[in-house]
Design a protein around this ligand. Structure first.
Ligand code: PAF
Length: 290
Protein backbone atom coordinates (compact mmCIF):
# COMPACT_ATOMS: atom_id res chain seq x y z
CA UNK A 1 0.00 0.00 0.00
CA UNK A 2 1.36 3.46 -0.84
CA UNK A 3 1.15 6.07 1.85
CA UNK A 4 -0.07 9.51 0.84
CA UNK A 5 1.31 12.51 2.66
CA UNK A 6 -0.96 15.55 2.88
CA UNK A 7 0.30 18.11 0.36
CA UNK A 8 1.69 21.34 1.81
CA UNK A 9 -0.44 24.30 0.73
CA UNK A 10 1.34 26.80 -1.54
CA UNK A 11 2.76 29.70 0.47
CA UNK A 12 1.48 33.16 -0.52
CA UNK A 13 3.89 35.73 -1.92
CA UNK A 14 4.78 38.05 0.94
CA UNK A 15 5.19 41.68 -0.02
CA UNK A 16 6.54 44.34 2.33
CA UNK A 17 6.69 47.52 0.28
CA UNK A 18 4.45 49.54 -2.06
CA UNK A 19 7.12 49.19 -4.79
CA UNK A 20 7.00 45.35 -4.71
CA UNK A 21 3.20 45.51 -4.68
CA UNK A 22 3.13 47.85 -7.69
CA UNK A 23 5.43 45.51 -9.64
CA UNK A 24 3.12 42.53 -8.96
CA UNK A 25 -0.16 44.38 -9.49
CA UNK A 26 -0.05 44.31 -13.31
CA UNK A 27 -0.17 40.48 -13.37
CA UNK A 28 -2.88 40.12 -10.70
CA UNK A 29 -6.00 40.56 -12.86
CA UNK A 30 -9.13 41.17 -10.79
CA UNK A 31 -8.10 41.62 -7.16
CA UNK A 32 -10.05 41.08 -3.93
CA UNK A 33 -8.47 42.59 -0.82
CA UNK A 34 -9.09 41.36 2.73
CA UNK A 35 -7.72 44.05 5.08
CA UNK A 36 -6.76 42.61 8.49
CA UNK A 37 -4.65 43.34 11.53
CA UNK A 38 -3.48 39.70 11.67
CA UNK A 39 -4.07 37.25 14.54
CA UNK A 40 -6.15 35.48 11.92
CA UNK A 41 -9.02 33.26 13.02
CA UNK A 42 -12.02 31.44 11.56
CA UNK A 43 -13.79 34.74 10.84
CA UNK A 44 -10.86 35.90 8.67
CA UNK A 45 -10.84 32.53 6.90
CA UNK A 46 -14.45 33.11 5.88
CA UNK A 47 -13.51 36.57 4.49
CA UNK A 48 -10.72 34.99 2.44
CA UNK A 49 -13.05 32.35 1.10
CA UNK A 50 -15.65 35.02 0.20
CA UNK A 51 -12.90 37.04 -1.51
CA UNK A 52 -11.98 34.06 -3.71
CA UNK A 53 -15.44 34.15 -5.29
CA UNK A 54 -14.89 37.73 -6.51
CA UNK A 55 -11.42 37.77 -8.03
CA UNK A 56 -8.48 36.12 -9.78
CA UNK A 57 -6.09 37.18 -7.02
CA UNK A 58 -6.78 37.33 -3.29
CA UNK A 59 -4.60 39.78 -1.35
CA UNK A 60 -4.64 39.82 2.47
CA UNK A 61 -3.11 42.82 4.20
CA UNK A 62 -1.74 42.33 7.70
CA UNK A 63 -1.00 45.56 9.53
CA UNK A 64 -1.71 46.54 13.13
CA UNK A 65 -2.67 50.14 12.47
CA UNK A 66 -1.48 52.46 15.28
CA UNK A 67 -3.71 55.28 14.04
CA UNK A 68 -6.92 53.49 15.08
CA UNK A 69 -5.88 52.81 18.69
CA UNK A 70 -6.51 55.36 21.45
CA UNK A 71 -3.73 56.23 23.94
CA UNK A 72 -5.09 53.82 26.59
CA UNK A 73 -6.00 51.01 24.20
CA UNK A 74 -4.30 47.68 23.46
CA UNK A 75 -1.97 48.63 20.56
CA UNK A 76 1.14 47.28 22.35
CA UNK A 77 -0.41 44.02 23.49
CA UNK A 78 -2.48 43.39 20.33
CA UNK A 79 -1.56 39.82 19.23
CA UNK A 80 1.07 39.74 16.47
CA UNK A 81 1.34 36.23 15.01
CA UNK A 82 2.75 36.62 11.50
CA UNK A 83 4.11 33.07 11.06
CA UNK A 84 0.79 31.48 12.07
CA UNK A 85 -1.06 34.06 9.93
CA UNK A 86 0.98 33.09 6.87
CA UNK A 87 0.07 29.44 7.46
CA UNK A 88 -3.64 30.37 7.61
CA UNK A 89 -3.27 32.36 4.37
CA UNK A 90 -1.54 29.39 2.68
CA UNK A 91 -4.31 27.03 3.82
CA UNK A 92 -6.94 29.41 2.44
CA UNK A 93 -5.19 29.70 -0.93
CA UNK A 94 -4.37 33.40 -0.53
CA UNK A 95 -2.10 34.57 -3.35
CA UNK A 96 -0.42 37.63 -1.86
CA UNK A 97 0.08 38.88 1.71
CA UNK A 98 0.90 42.56 2.05
CA UNK A 99 2.56 42.97 5.46
CA UNK A 100 4.11 46.44 5.61
CA UNK A 101 5.94 47.84 8.63
CA UNK A 102 4.76 50.98 10.43
CA UNK A 103 7.56 52.96 8.74
CA UNK A 104 6.16 51.97 5.35
CA UNK A 105 2.56 52.96 6.09
CA UNK A 106 3.47 56.03 8.16
CA UNK A 107 6.88 57.26 6.99
CA UNK A 108 6.28 60.66 8.58
CA UNK A 109 3.65 62.55 10.51
CA UNK A 110 0.18 61.75 9.09
CA UNK A 111 -1.17 65.26 8.62
CA UNK A 112 -4.01 64.46 6.20
CA UNK A 113 -6.55 61.93 7.43
CA UNK A 114 -10.00 60.71 6.39
CA UNK A 115 -12.81 61.88 8.69
CA UNK A 116 -15.91 59.67 8.95
CA UNK A 117 -17.99 62.76 9.80
CA UNK A 118 -21.07 62.28 11.96
CA UNK A 119 -21.04 58.51 11.31
CA UNK A 120 -17.70 58.35 13.06
CA UNK A 121 -18.89 60.07 16.22
CA UNK A 122 -21.67 57.68 17.30
CA UNK A 123 -21.53 54.26 19.02
CA UNK A 124 -17.96 52.97 18.45
CA UNK A 125 -16.89 56.48 17.49
CA UNK A 126 -18.29 57.95 20.72
CA UNK A 127 -16.49 55.42 22.91
CA UNK A 128 -13.32 55.29 20.79
CA UNK A 129 -12.70 58.88 19.62
CA UNK A 130 -10.52 58.90 16.49
CA UNK A 131 -11.07 55.19 15.81
CA UNK A 132 -12.89 55.56 12.50
CA UNK A 133 -10.53 58.29 11.33
CA UNK A 134 -7.69 55.81 11.89
CA UNK A 135 -9.57 53.01 10.15
CA UNK A 136 -10.61 55.08 7.13
CA UNK A 137 -7.16 56.58 6.72
CA UNK A 138 -5.44 53.21 6.65
CA UNK A 139 -8.15 51.62 4.49
CA UNK A 140 -7.84 54.49 1.98
CA UNK A 141 -4.07 53.95 1.90
CA UNK A 142 -4.52 50.20 1.41
CA UNK A 143 -7.02 50.80 -1.40
CA UNK A 144 -4.54 53.14 -3.11
CA UNK A 145 -1.62 50.74 -2.70
CA UNK A 146 -3.37 47.47 -3.60
CA UNK A 147 -5.92 48.96 -6.02
CA UNK A 148 -8.45 46.16 -5.38
CA UNK A 149 -11.62 45.70 -7.41
CA UNK A 150 -13.37 44.30 -4.34
CA UNK A 151 -12.66 44.65 -0.61
CA UNK A 152 -14.12 42.16 1.87
CA UNK A 153 -14.90 43.14 5.48
CA UNK A 154 -16.60 41.25 8.31
CA UNK A 155 -20.18 42.13 9.23
CA UNK A 156 -19.02 41.62 12.84
CA UNK A 157 -17.66 45.20 12.59
CA UNK A 158 -20.94 46.48 11.15
CA UNK A 159 -20.25 50.18 11.77
CA UNK A 160 -16.82 49.84 10.19
CA UNK A 161 -18.42 48.31 7.08
CA UNK A 162 -20.95 51.17 6.98
CA UNK A 163 -18.32 53.94 7.25
CA UNK A 164 -16.07 52.26 4.67
CA UNK A 165 -19.03 51.96 2.28
CA UNK A 166 -19.79 55.64 2.88
CA UNK A 167 -16.17 56.65 2.23
CA UNK A 168 -16.24 54.69 -1.04
CA UNK A 169 -19.46 56.43 -2.03
CA UNK A 170 -18.60 59.95 -0.88
CA UNK A 171 -15.03 59.92 -2.23
CA UNK A 172 -15.92 58.03 -5.47
CA UNK A 173 -13.41 55.24 -4.82
CA UNK A 174 -13.47 52.52 -7.52
CA UNK A 175 -13.93 49.59 -5.10
CA UNK A 176 -16.89 47.32 -4.38
CA UNK A 177 -17.29 46.65 -0.65
CA UNK A 178 -18.51 43.18 0.30
CA UNK A 179 -19.60 42.30 3.85
CA UNK A 180 -19.26 38.67 4.93
CA UNK A 181 -21.47 37.26 7.73
CA UNK A 182 -20.19 37.06 11.31
CA UNK A 183 -18.63 33.73 12.24
CA UNK A 184 -19.45 32.42 15.72
CA UNK A 185 -17.79 29.76 17.84
CA UNK A 186 -19.96 26.81 18.92
CA UNK A 187 -20.95 28.67 22.14
CA UNK A 188 -22.19 31.69 20.16
CA UNK A 189 -19.27 34.06 20.83
CA UNK A 190 -18.43 36.04 17.69
CA UNK A 191 -14.87 35.26 16.55
CA UNK A 192 -12.45 38.10 17.26
CA UNK A 193 -8.68 38.46 17.59
CA UNK A 194 -9.34 39.92 21.05
CA UNK A 195 -11.05 36.72 22.32
CA UNK A 196 -7.57 35.40 23.22
CA UNK A 197 -7.52 37.94 26.09
CA UNK A 198 -10.52 36.27 27.80
CA UNK A 199 -10.10 33.88 30.74
CA UNK A 200 -12.55 30.94 30.89
CA UNK A 201 -14.77 32.81 33.37
CA UNK A 202 -14.67 36.00 31.30
CA UNK A 203 -15.56 34.06 28.17
CA UNK A 204 -18.55 32.60 30.00
CA UNK A 205 -19.76 36.07 30.96
CA UNK A 206 -19.08 37.34 27.42
CA UNK A 207 -21.63 34.92 26.01
CA UNK A 208 -24.28 37.35 27.30
CA UNK A 209 -23.59 39.54 24.25
CA UNK A 210 -24.71 36.97 21.68
CA UNK A 211 -27.53 35.83 24.00
CA UNK A 212 -28.79 39.42 24.22
CA UNK A 213 -28.72 39.80 20.44
CA UNK A 214 -30.58 36.52 20.03
CA UNK A 215 -33.20 37.62 22.58
CA UNK A 216 -33.58 40.90 20.67
CA UNK A 217 -33.93 39.08 17.34
CA UNK A 218 -36.56 36.76 18.85
CA UNK A 219 -38.59 39.81 19.91
CA UNK A 220 -38.38 41.50 16.49
CA UNK A 221 -42.08 41.08 15.69
CA UNK A 222 -42.80 43.46 18.59
CA UNK A 223 -40.86 46.34 16.97
CA UNK A 224 -37.83 48.41 18.09
CA UNK A 225 -38.89 48.92 21.71
CA UNK A 226 -39.51 45.20 22.27
CA UNK A 227 -36.18 44.28 20.67
CA UNK A 228 -34.21 46.66 22.85
CA UNK A 229 -36.10 45.65 26.01
CA UNK A 230 -35.46 41.93 25.41
CA UNK A 231 -31.75 42.46 24.74
CA UNK A 232 -31.41 44.88 27.68
CA UNK A 233 -32.93 42.32 30.06
CA UNK A 234 -30.18 39.79 29.24
CA UNK A 235 -27.46 42.43 29.60
CA UNK A 236 -28.87 43.72 32.91
CA UNK A 237 -28.67 40.18 34.30
CA UNK A 238 -25.10 39.85 32.98
CA UNK A 239 -24.11 43.05 34.80
CA UNK A 240 -24.51 41.00 37.99
CA UNK A 241 -22.46 38.02 36.74
CA UNK A 242 -18.94 37.25 37.95
CA UNK A 243 -17.06 38.75 36.21
CA UNK A 244 -19.64 41.36 35.22
CA UNK A 245 -20.51 42.51 31.70
CA UNK A 246 -20.30 46.31 31.60
CA UNK A 247 -22.19 47.71 28.64
CA UNK A 248 -20.90 50.71 26.65
CA UNK A 249 -23.94 50.76 24.39
CA UNK A 250 -26.86 48.75 23.09
CA UNK A 251 -28.53 50.30 20.05
CA UNK A 252 -30.89 49.51 17.22
CA UNK A 253 -29.69 51.46 14.21
CA UNK A 254 -30.11 52.03 10.51
CA UNK A 255 -27.43 49.83 8.84
CA UNK A 256 -26.40 52.58 6.40
CA UNK A 257 -26.12 55.57 8.73
CA UNK A 258 -25.83 54.03 12.19
CA UNK A 259 -28.39 56.45 13.58
CA UNK A 260 -31.06 55.08 15.95
CA UNK A 261 -34.15 53.77 14.17
CA UNK A 262 -37.38 55.64 14.89
CA UNK A 263 -40.17 54.14 17.03
CA UNK A 264 -42.34 51.96 14.82
CA UNK A 265 -39.51 51.52 12.28
CA UNK A 266 -40.05 48.89 9.59
CA UNK A 267 -37.33 47.53 7.30
CA UNK A 268 -33.69 46.65 7.96
CA UNK A 269 -31.87 47.46 11.17
CA UNK A 270 -28.78 46.40 13.10
CA UNK A 271 -28.91 45.56 16.79
CA UNK A 272 -25.43 46.40 18.06
CA UNK A 273 -23.75 46.00 21.42
CA UNK A 274 -20.37 46.85 22.95
CA UNK A 275 -19.33 45.79 26.44
CA UNK A 276 -16.37 45.24 28.69
CA UNK A 277 -15.60 41.91 30.34
CA UNK A 278 -12.58 42.37 32.58
CA UNK A 279 -9.96 44.25 30.56
CA UNK A 280 -11.44 43.20 27.22
CA UNK A 281 -13.84 45.24 25.14
CA UNK A 282 -16.09 43.20 22.85
CA UNK A 283 -18.51 44.21 20.12
CA UNK A 284 -21.19 42.19 18.38
CA UNK A 285 -24.31 42.80 16.29
CA UNK A 286 -27.09 41.10 14.42
CA UNK A 287 -28.78 42.33 11.24
CA UNK A 288 -32.59 42.32 11.53
CA UNK A 289 -35.55 42.91 9.27
CA UNK A 290 -38.46 44.49 11.13
O1 PAF B 1 -11.07 45.31 11.01
C1 PAF B 1 -9.84 45.42 11.09
O2 PAF B 1 -9.10 44.46 11.33
C2 PAF B 1 -9.22 46.81 10.91
O3 PAF B 1 -10.03 47.80 11.45
C3 PAF B 1 -8.84 47.12 9.45
C4 PAF B 1 -10.07 47.20 8.56
C5 PAF B 1 -7.89 46.06 8.92
C6 PAF B 1 -8.13 48.47 9.36
O4 PAF B 1 -6.96 48.47 10.12
Amino acid sequence: MTETTPSTPKAPTVVRTPEELARLRASMGRVALVPTMGALHQGHRSLMSAARGHADTVVVSIFVNPLQFGPNEDYDRYPRTLDADLRVCAEEGVDVVFAPGVEVMYPGEQIVTVDAGKMGRVLEGEFRPGFFEGVLTVVAKLFNLVRPDVAVFGQKDAQQVAVVRRMVRDLCLPVTVVAAPTVRDGDGLATSSRNVYLSAAERDSALALSRALLAGADASSGGPEAILAAARKVLDAAAGAVPPVLVDYLALVDPATFTDVRPGHRGSAVLAVAAWVGETRLIDNVPLTL
